[in-house]
Design a protein around this ligand. Structure first.
Ligand code: ADP
Length: 264
């Protein structure tokens, strides 16, 4: 623990003495260290794509602009890095708004199957492009959850994007829904690279990546799962992970189930 000590002389001539006051500043120190780490991480993360953009622009200016084999490829890289930077800023702002409690949610009864069907349709091409099967398994009647429609869309979308990114060709990604007592569970499972036991809790931390290079190549921001965790917690839900290295991962999102609402 960190203690701050203040010593003062007591100005009483008859009973001279010394007063010692101890302040436990452990938590303040920890908060300050976390804040400093966060600022250092953000600057580093934002500088990485910026440095690439600068390097490609410089190389083009120094002559590559006239090299027909390279110029388009370098311009595409500049575009890709700019998109990554943009996504990072958006993710950071979104996370900050959720964490500070500033983000307002509009809670209503949401048809979870409908959300999953829409996302399944939206990601079919991306999955096919990577030679993956994108499977959908929906509980009937359609489970209804008390949550914010945009938030749940972001949560499932982030999980599906990850599953597609971290699953090698020929694999399978499944989105499923299930009503379980007071909860509606949305699961995103893949047959991908998996996550080792000791890293499973850490992947929900901001900027934590098992393989930094792989994540960056995919345009990852390292914030997707932190956003998933904070959004689900914001409306009383939770997210858990069940994974085996080399076999695949299953993310389960638990959302509060609507009461007395029949499926539509
Ligand atoms: P990123 O933008 O790097 O994907 P996330 O916060 O979404 O950031 O995920 C954090 C890390 O967790 C990833 O970098 C990756 O190492 C790991 N990860 C996330 N989803 C999966 C998955 N479905 N399979 C294997 N690893 C995953």
């Amino acid at each position: 623990r960190t203690l701050k000590v203040r010593v003062s002389m007591l100005a009483d001539e008859e009973k001279p003495g010394v007063a010692v006051v101890l302040h436990d500043v452990t938590e303040l120190r920890q908060l300050e260290t976390m804040r400093q780490d966060f600022v250092a991480n953000v600057s580093h993360e934002l500088k990485t794509p910026l440095a690439s953009i600068k390097a490609y622009a410089e190389t083009l200016r120094m002559g590559a602009l006239h090299d027909e084999n390279k110029n388009v490829q370098f311009l595409e890289q500049i575009e890709f890095q700019a998109d990554t930077l943009n996504q990072q800023i958006q993710d950071l702002l979104q996370l900050a708004r959720v964490e500070s409690g500033e983000k307002t949610f509009s809670i209503s009864d949401i048809d979870v199957n409908l959300i999953c069907e829409t996302l399944h349709r939206q990601f079919l091409d991306a999955a096919l492009g990577r030679h993956l099967e994108l499977h959908l398994q929906l509980d009937q009647p359609s489970p209804m959850a008390r949550c914010d429609v945009e938030a749940i869309e972001t949560v499932v979308k982030n999980l599906v994007i990850n599953a597609i990114h971290y699953t090698p060709e020929g694999g399978r990604v499944s989105i499923s829904t299930k009503a379980e007592g007071r909860w509606v569970v949305v699961s995103v499972a893949d047959t991908g690279i998996g996550i080792a036991k000791e890293q499973q809790a850490r992947v929900f931390e901001r900027f934590y990546r098992v393989d930094k290079a792989r994540s960056r190549d995919m345009g990852g921001t390292g914030l997707g799962l932190a956003i998933v965790k904070h959004l689900t917690q914001a409306f009383g839900g939770s997210v858990t992970l069940d994974s085996q290295l080399g076999k695949g991962s299953k993310f389960h999102v638990r959302l509060p189930r609507s009461r007395n609402v029949d499926a539509v």
